[in-house]
Ligand binder design. Structure first.
Ligand code: SAM
Length: 312
C-alpha cells in the first residue's frame, strides 16, 4: 500500500499520516498511529505541533514517496529507530543504524546509576558549566560503547570526566564517532578505543579509572533464536550474544576490572535479571569489597554495582 491518493489528488498532511497509520496497522504494528506521526515528522522536517496546525494543508508532492519508503521498511519489521535513523538516549539525539544496538530505557538506568556512583565519591554533576572541558579530574571507561550512548551521557552530565569509549566493532565505532561529532562540547572529553574489552585502553590507565561502565552482550547463544524478530533479525548479533552461557562478557569484565580501577573505583554493569546472583558472586570473587544489584524502572534486577572499597 502507498500513501498516495488513489485518484491522484494532492493529499494533505493529515491524509498522508492517516494512510501511513493504516499501512502500519495492516502490518500488525500496535502503535501504528504514533509511529506514523513520527515517520511523518522525519519525512516532513516538521514537528508535531506544526503538523497539527498544518494538518489540512496540502503536503508537497515529494512527501508521499518519501513516507512510503519509510513505511515499507517499518511494515517489513525493521525497528522504528533504525528507520528513523536516530533515537533519544538520556536527552541526547543519537544516530543509530544496524551497526549498533538501539539504546534501551534500562540502559538509561545504568547511566543514572553510574552518574550517581560518581557523585557519591565526589564528582560534580551539571550540564551548564561554561568552563567544563577545560580540565578533567578523573577518567571513566564505557566498554562496548556501540552508539556511544553511555559514554556521551556520562560526558554530558559530568563536566570533569575524561571518558574512554571502546568497542571491538569498527562498524559500531564509526557510529559512535558520528555521535561524538554531533554532541557538541561534552564530546571533546570523549576518546574512542578499538579492541577487546580492557585491551582497547592505553596501559597507563591501569589502576587509574574511577569508574567502568558497560552494557555488554549477555544473551546466551541458545536464546538468540527466541528473541523477538525485530531484535533477532535486525540488531547486531555480536552486540547481543556473549557465548554459550550468556555470562562470558560479564565474567571477563568483572574479573579484569579491579586491576583497572582506582582503589575507590566502581564497576557498573548491565545484566539480565537471572544473572544477578552469579554476577555478584563473580564480583566478590574478583575482590570487590561491596556489591549490590539495582533494579530497572519495571522493578527487574538489572544493574550490578561493585565497589573496590567497602565505604568508597
Ligand atoms: C549490548 S551492546 C551495548 C551498546 C551500547 N553500550 C548501549 O548500551 O546501547 C554491546 C556492545 O559491546 C560490543 N562488544 C561485544 N563484544 C565485545 C568485546 N569482546 N570487546 C569490546 N566490545 C565488545 C558490541 O560490539 C556492542 O557494541
Amino acid at each position: 500500500m502507498t500513501t498516495a491518493d488513489p485518484a491522484g489528488r494532492p493529499a494533505t498532511w493529515r491524509e498522508l499520516t492517516d494512510r501511513a497509520a493504516d499501512a502500519l496497522r495492516a502490518a500488525g504494528i500496535e502503535t501504528a498511529e504514533m509511529e506514523a506521526r513520527w515517520l511523518m515528522e522525519e519525512v516532513s522536517g516538521l514537528d508535531r505541533l506544526e503538523l497539527t496546525v498544518e494538518a489540512d494543508a496540502v503536503a508537497p508532492s515529494r512527501t508521499a514517496p518519501g513516507l512510503d519508503a519509510l513505511v515499507a521498511r517499518r511494515a517489513a519489521g525493521e525497528p522504528l529507530q533504525y528507520v528513523l535513523g536516530h533515537w533519544d538516549f538520556h536527552g541526547l539525539d543519537l544516530a543509530v543504524d544496524p551497526r549498533v544496538l538501539i539504546p534501551r530505557p534500562e540502559t538509561e538506568v545504568v547511566a543514572e546509576v553510574a552518574i550517581s556512583e560518581l557523585e557519591r565519591i565526589g564528582a560534580r554533576r551539571g550540564r551548564s558549566d561554561a568552563w567544563s572541558g577545560a580540565l578533567t579530574t578523573f577518567t571513566v571507561a564505557d566498554l562496548g560503547t556501540g552508539s556511544g550512548a553511555l559514554a556521551l551521557a556520562l560526558a554530558a552530565e559530568l563536566p570533569d570526566a575524561a571518558v574512554w569509549a571502546t568497542d571491538r566493532s569498527e562498524a559500531a565505532l564509526a557510529i559512535a564517532r558520528a555521535n561524538l561529532a554531533g554532541s557538541g562540547q561534552p564530546a571533546v572529553r570523549v576518546r574512542l578505543g578499538a579492541g577487546w574489552w580492557f585491551e582497547a585502553l592505553p596501559r597507563e590507565l591501569r589502576g587509574e579509572l574511577r569508574l567502568v561502565v558497560s552494557n555488554p552482550p549477555y544473551v546466551a547463544e541458545s536464546e538468540h533464536a527466541e528473541l523477538p524478530p525485530e531484535v533477532r533479525d535486525h540488531e547486531p548479533y555480536d552486540a547481543l550474544v556473549s557465548g554459550p552461557s550468556g555470562l562470558e562478557s560479564i565474567a571477563v569484565i568483572v574479573e579484569q576490572a579491579p586491576e583497572w580501577l582506582e582503589p575507590e573505583g566502581v564497576l557498573v554493569l548491565e545484566l539480565a535479571p537471572h544473572q544477578a546472583d552469579t554476577a555478584r558472586s563473580l564480583a566478590a570473587a574478583a575482590g570487590f569489597a561491596h556489591t549490590e544489584i539495582r533494579k530497572d524502572l519495571s522493578g527487574r534486577e538489572r544493574v550490578l554495582v561493585a565497589r573496590r572499597s567497602p565505604g568508597g
